[in-house]
Design a protein around this ligand. Structure first.
Ligand code: DGT
Ligand code: MG
Ligand code: MG
Ligand code: MG
Ligand code: MG
Length: 270
């Protein structure tokens, strides 16, 4: 068929296929969730409905995109790790990122009322942004998840302390911030324990460490002997079983597992 005279405009498109044989990591993050969480009256510092909804939306993404091995969620963000060999959309960055963001966002709205049962739908459409990052080896992938989990820990300990001072201690937000200025993790743990009767380490792991969704490898009997000794391209660290979630499981669905601790021992609880 003859090309139309307009077809040359296609040549203006950018080839954004990502480097082959490296891990593709896509992170999405809520836009303006400071306001979104306030408008929807999220519990402070953690709203279990919001977290479970985020986890549900992430499960939808993993169900749709088989090449995602692992996902980690905290606050208003979720990170999705694709296998090195993924050829999804020929590794075109814009196609992959936009599909993850779009599916995550639509699922977040679609399942909203299953979690926020007293509100039919969100008061305005939530927005998530997304980016892709390439990591060459398991070292960077493990450090990436350790970085996000350290962020979870630091933010959650701060927020737990802050809201204890405000909501239970009666301090103004400004005074609570001043009180926490210059304190380290040990000081905050101590303050929560002595002043608010809260043992921080006993709070739900999902709050302290985030949520993990892990794709389960379901092996047919005849495949087991062949696959177990080599485990070709699975999860970073899976050979040492460090990536397997703890028994303190947040949510489970057929074919996927979730739990709070992706890289055990990687985050200091001090
Ligand atoms: P951004 O990402 O630059 O558009 O700005 P935000 O406002 O989304 O801020 P970000 O992503 O740095 O931080 C997430 C915000 O969402 C933060 O203000 C805390 C809030 N948030 C997330 N989960 C919860 C929750 O379970 N409860 C409450 N109260 N707030 C939450
Ligand atoms: Mg931000
Ligand atoms: Mg955000
Ligand atoms: Mg965020
Ligand atoms: Mg089409």
């Amino acid at each position: 068929m003859a090309k139309s005279k307009y077809e040359y405009v296609k040549e203006f498109e950018t080839d954004d296929r990502m480097l082959r044989n490296v891990y593709v990591l896509v992170r999405i993050d809520g836009k303006g969730f400071h306001k979104f969480s306030q408008t929807h009256d999220f519990a402070k510092p953690n709203d279990v409905r919001g977290i479970n909804l985020m986890n549900h939306a992430a499960r939808c993404v993993m169900h749709e995109l088989d090449d995602i091995l692992l996902a980690f969620g905290e606050s208003d963000e979720y990170s999705f790790l694709f296998r090195k060999s993924t050829d999804l959309y020929q590794r075109r960055e814009s196609k992959i990122v936009s599909t993850v963001v779009s599916l995550f966002t639509s699922a977040y709205v679609y399942y909203w009322n299953d979690y926020f049962t007293d509100l039919k739908r969100p008061l305005y459409p939530p927005v998530f942004d997304g980016r892709a990052v390439l990591y060459p080896s398991e070292v960077e992938v493990k450090d990436y998840f350790a970085w996000r989990q350290a962020d979870t820990h630091i933010n959650n300990l701060f927020n737990t302390s802050f809201w204890a001072l405000v909501e239970e201690g009666g301090l103004t937000p400004k005074a609570a911030e001043a009180r926490l200025c210059g304190t380290d993790s040990k000081d905050k743990n101590e303050m929560l324990f002595t002043e608010f009767n809260t043992n921080y380490s006993k709070l739900p792991a999902m709050y302290r460490k985030g949520s993990v969704l892990l794709r389960e490898q379901i092996l047919k009997d005849e495949d087991k002997d062949a696959i177990i000794p080599t485990l070709p391209e699975t999860l970073p660290g899976s050979k040492s079983a460090k990536v397997v979630p703890t028994s303190d499981t947040a949510t489970t669905v057929p074919g996927l597992q979730s739990g709070p601790d992706p890289i055990s021992g990687s985050v200091s609880e001090a």
